[in-house]
Design a protein around this ligand. Structure first.
Ligand code: HEC
Length: 492
């Protein structure tokens, strides 16, 4: 029998309406959402401004909860919906948002106490379980009540007598409110320890990380950093751990002494990985030069993978002017995959996204990144009012912008091929930016003038650009400096 389509429509409309319970209560419907999706940050001692563990807590904020989840401001999650599935997705679905709204409209009722799920258990101390090794800053660093944000580098000696494989890292700041984010590095040549020794207070200021090997980024609320079971970080013998910590004053004098928990891998991992950052963020030669008032300043970068590999995680980085970033993969058979799409970038949430399933990227796949900045007065997050020209730099008011994907080569021996291609790409981006700077009248152009005039010496036919043959020796020179290689972090 054919069912009239109008009836079908009615049926779906009814089932959607019926799906929302008549009496939405805290104990039965709301507590499970708050416990699972909010309490990680909204509990005493964590980064959120109030707790959401009890009926009283939730009722007090009922209207705000409905509004902020409908706007999708909370829970913080900035990846667009049409991304690959992420393991660490903390966003709410439509159904959960509808429940929060219905609960508030229905008078934020408590409900049957017997239906209340048991409160979430948060590990005292470590979310990762007891670490194999625990480190702590020997002395707390004092953060004044007011003033500029600082980047402070804290050096923690590891004293490993042999190379170690690390499968998980957890950071526990003593004052999470002041810690904006932390970049974790390894100091393998003692240069960070030397700089630390020169500064009488704990750690040393600055951002420049030449000589350090990047391990991972972390922000409060993110939980422990855990690599998939077939991967691990190698911490070489004699290395120090460096926590490059972005600290923001919070209106009262505070102190920070971060603890670090490490888990050792049971055995050396069967696979290795490396990161591919597009465009590479190595310094002023990146070429970011955003005119004041520019609403859609766009940079693109592409890189073709020379080996078969699989992507396992992705992240983006920019400062306040960043607006949108995407990375897509186009495979040799023409099929495409989105690796990351963020249309509402927020500097406050430097997220690492872990794919639920690895994304196949066969040899010959082209990765394309686009980053868009908004340096107009309409950008509420613009730190300069009125807007000023902005170029690449380490301060929050300068800019950076990139998408970084973590890839696992299918054959371990291919890693070197990928790294060689990446260092060549980095050299090429440098050469392009220096060439481009010749056309810039001021700002970045002036800073890059010495590099650009050096490049002129390589322009044998004097046509104003470096063709492939002319740039070969420049690439070799840049690669010889060792600088591009320091940009790559690989697990071995
Ligand atoms: C990863 C940490 C984190 C999670 C998870 C989280 N919050 Fe928040 N929340 C914060 C922080 C931090 C703030 C303070 C404002 C800010 O920094 O954006 C905040 C602020 C808020 C505010 C006040 C906003 C304002 O404008 O004053 C509300 C309401 C809120 N959160 C609700 C929720 C709800 C509901 C959930 C779960 C569905 C949730 N949050 C999950 C970290 C979190």
């Amino acid at each position: 029998m054919r069912i009239p389509s109008v009836l079908l429509l009615l049926a779906t409309a009814c089932s959607a309406a019926e799906a929302l319970p008549d009496h939405v209560t805290f104990t039965e419907h709301i507590a499970p959402i708050l416990f699972a999706k909010c309490a990680g940050c909204h509990r005493p001692g964590e980064i959120a401004p109030f707790s959401l563990l009890t009926y009283a807590d939730a009722k007090k904020h009922a209207k705000q909860l409905a509004e902020i989840t409908t706007e999708r401001t909370m829970p913080p999650w900035h990846a667009d919906k049409d991304n690959p599935a992420f393991l660490n997705n903390r966003s709410l679905d439509e159904w959960q948002i509808a429940l929060l709204t219905a609960w508030q409209r229905g008078g934020a009722v408590e409900g049957d106490a017997a239906k209340l799920p048991s409160a979430p258990k948060f590990a005292e101390g470590w979310a990762m379980g007891v670490p194999d090794l625990e480190l702590k800053m020997p002395e707390a660093y004092q953060i004044p009540p007011e003033g500029r944000d600082t980047y402070r580098n804290f050096v923690l000696p590891l004293n490993f007598a042999e190379d170690k494989w690390i499968s998980a890292i957890e950071l526990r700041p003593s004052s999470p409110e002041v810690v904006h984010h932390v970049l974790i590095f390894l100091d393998t040549d003692g240069s960070a320890a030397k700089r630390d020794a020169k500064d009488p207070k704990p750690g040393y200021n600055g951002f420049v990380s030449v000589g350090l090997t990047y391990v991972a980024g972390w922000a409060p609320g993110a939980g422990p950093l855990v690599l998939p079971p077939d991967l691990a970080w190698r911490f070489p013998k004699g290395a120090n751990l460096v926590l490059q910590t972005h600290l923001s004053p919070k209106g009262k004098a505070m102190q920070e002494a971060t603890s670090v928990g490490l888990r050792f891998a049971k055995e050396p991992p069967p696979h290795t990985y490396t990161t591919v950052q597009l465009p590479p963020q190595f310094g002023i030669l990146n070429g970011i030069q955003i005119p004041a008032g520019e609403k859609n300043y766009t940079l693109r970068d592409s890189f073709t993978l020379p080996i078969d590999c699989d992507a396992f995680a992705v992240g983006a980085h920019a400062h306040y002017l960043g607006k949108r970033m995407t990375m897509t993969a186009t495979r040799p058979d023409g099929s495409k995959a989105t690796l990351l799409k963020v249309s509402d970038w927020d500097f406050a949430w430097q997220e690492q996204y872990a794919y639920r399933e690895r994304i196949p990227l066969p040899k010959g796949t082209r990765l394309d990144t686009e980053v868009i900045w908004d340096n107009s007065a309409e950008n509420e997050r613009n730190p300069s009012k009125p807007p000023v020209p902005v170029h690449w730099g380490i301060a929050s008011a300068d800019e950076m912008g990139s998408v970084t994907v973590g890839v696992v080569p299918r054959k371990n021996e291919d890693l070197e091929v990928l790294r060689a291609a990446l260092t060549e790409h980095i050299a090429d981006v440098m050469i392009d930016a220096a060439q481009h700077s010749l056309e810039l009248p001021e700002g970045l152009g002036k800073k890059l003038a010495p590099v650009a005039s050096m490049l002129k010496g390589f322009d044998k036919n004097g046509d104003g650009t470096l063709d492939d043959a002319e740039r070969a020796p420049v690439r070799t020179l840049i690669q010889f400096s060792g600088f591009p290689r320091q940009m790559l972090n690989a697990s071995p």
